[in-house]
Write a protein that binds this ligand. Sequence first.
Ligand SMILES: *[C@@H]1O[C@H](CO)[C@@H](O)[C@H](O)[C@H]1NC(C)=O
Length: 142
Amino acid sequence: MFKLNAATLTIATALAISVNAVNLGVRADEVLCRPTGSFSCQGSPNLPFPTLGQIPNFPLVIGFANTNDNTSPNCGDCYELTHVVNGETRTRFVTVGSNSDTGFINMCITEVRNLTGITGPLPDPASIRVDLVERPRSLCGL
Ligand SMILES: *[C@@H]1O[C@H](CO)[C@@H](O)[C@H](O)[C@H]1NC(C)=O
């Protein structure tokens, strides 16, 4: 017989929370901080802004996998990003505007510092973990 105990409850809760969420590392990227910086979705019909700085929630614009060029349907997708610092969950709404390596997002370094509270050298990108859940684009001001 299946016995319900604290451990199985913890696992069940974790699974419920992780539905549709993707857990990724975070690479700090200076280019994503520059209002006139280049972005791979530049010219996308989904993100019709000539400059990065015109994206409504700039500088909360991220690079995310499968956004290789401005024809990607992922351009302009809006995600709710969460990161836990000392038990406190921090939330940001971020717009996909550029590309990244699989398993990571790229994010403006100032926003990485704000999110993590790290002021000194940033650790290995793979050790900065965030969860992303897709949300309506309107939550990113689109
Ligand atoms: C940190 O980010 C939050 C949420 O985006 C924002 O409200 C706050 O002003 C930022 N703080 C700094 C110092 O940029």
